[in-house]
Design a binder for this molecule. Structure first.
Ligand code: FNR
Length: 365
């Protein structure tokens, strides 16, 4: 199909499945175990209903906002995903370029298949990028990366905390991994290629990382630190108490602990806990997982998120139509958000409130 026949984010996924090499499809599309969390991530949005207000002047519509102080064209960023070159010869640089053009933030992965500096050099002068960190058992490797990232002007350090061990992604394990030296993986010390892509790329991640290490991280950098992979109100409160600038409520796209609830379902309880503890000021809560529609973004904002991340949709757009695919995907999500806000009677992000969603069908976690 032609690019102009892509009408929503799901369309890219359908095409990606037909064009990707089996090993790449397995790595990108898999979730862990029975993939219940992965499916639930998007499905949970279907339990939230909208309460549109009418006769509001929505002629001028503005979806721009800020994330960790940086201006962005909409409350959406491209989350870190490893191994872009499995699916496209330019790898993560495709995402860098599209994010720059559409004025949104790209989170650079520790395990990109392009080098960190390539991704920074490809960015436009005013483009904001964040670094996703997998803490390395060899701490000095992480220290060098973080210090280098700050020097290169990155604006946020997103520490992935839901991956003390890699989830069992069985599709991926069956497909096995065979690709020559992705730049950052070798650097981070990959060893065993025989057990599927995720096992190979993750053997260096430090399972001893714990709350005390926040002191170590704060000592390394002045970048705001955000914990990616928070899944309970208790840990959200701890993150705020440990001086973090925010959290990403995430179950890693359902690739880590299966039966971790959908982030959108966790969001109300987490926002409540932060409010009760008086920790919700100057603390930014993001979610990722299953964001596929503009209305998903709207619902997350209504429930208190500052913004949302996407993983697979950007990969699927990248592997099918390259730069123009990712640009088109971002435009579709932007246009869906605009339409949703117009029909909801919310002319700016600041007008979106919790009264605009009906969450009676969500479970209380
Ligand atoms: C990821 N994700 C991820 N997260 C992270 O912190 N470090 C990483 O290296 C990766 N790698 C990665 C690879 C692939 C192929 C996927 C699909 C995901 C998780 C990612 O940042 C994000 O949390 C989820 O992808 C969000 O869910 P959706 O949008 O894919 O449903």
């Amino acid at each position: 199909p032609r690019l102009d026949e892509m009408y929503n984010s799901f369309d890219f996924e359908s095409v990606a499945k037909t064009v990707l090499k089996p090993v790449a499809w397995a790595y990108y599309s898999s979730g862990s175990d029975d993939e219940v969390s992965m499916r639930e991530n998007h499905n949970a949005f279907h339990r939230i209903w909208l309460r549109p207000r009418v006769l509001v002047n929505v002629k001028e519509l503005d979806v721009s906002t800020t994330m960790l102080g940086a201006p962005v064209s909409m409350p959406l960023y491209i989350s870190a995903t490893a191994l872009g070159k499995l699916g496209h010869p330019d790898g993560e640089l495709v995402l860098t370029r599209a994010a720059g053009q559409q004025k949104i933030i790209q989170m650079i992965p520790t395990l990109g298949s392009c080098s960190f500096d390539e991704m920074v050099n490809t960015a436009l002068p005013a483009q904001t990028q964040w670094l996703q960190l997998y803490a390395n058992s060899n701490r000095s490797i992480s220290e060098n990366l973080v210090r280098h990232a700050e020097k290169r002007g990155l604006k946020g350090l997103f520490v992935t905390v839901d991956a003390a061990q890699m989830g069992h992604r069985e599709k991926d394990m069956r497909a096995k991994y065979s690709m020559e030296g992705p730049a950052n993986v070798d650097e981070q010390l990959g060893v065993n290629q025989d057990e599927g892509t995720s096992k190979y790329v993750s053997s260096f991640i430090d399972p001893s990382l714990n709350w005390d290490d926040l002191t170590w991280l704060h000592g390394l950098t002045k970048m705001p630190i955000v914990l990616k992979g928070i899944q309970t109100p208790e840990d959200a409160v701890l993150a705020a108490r440990h001086g973090c600038a925010g959290i990403v409520v995430s179950n890693h796209g359902g690739r880590q602990l299966d039966f971790s609830p959908s982030p959108i379902e966790l969001l109300p309880g987490i926002m409540d806990a932060l409010r009760v503890e008086g920790l919700d000021k100057d603390f930014e809560v993001y979610i990722d997982g299953g964001i596929r529609r503009g209305s998903d973004i709207f619902k997350a904002i209504a429930l208190g998120a500052k913004g949302v991340g996407i993983g697979r949709p950007a990969l699927y757009a990248m592997v099918t139509y390259g730069d123009s695919g990712v640009k088109k995907l971002l435009q579709l999500l932007h246009d869906e958000l605009v339409m949703c806000m117009r029909l909801m009677g919310a002319p700016t992000i600041g007008h979106i409130t919790s009264r605009m969603v009906d969450i009676r069908n969500l479970k209380d976690h």
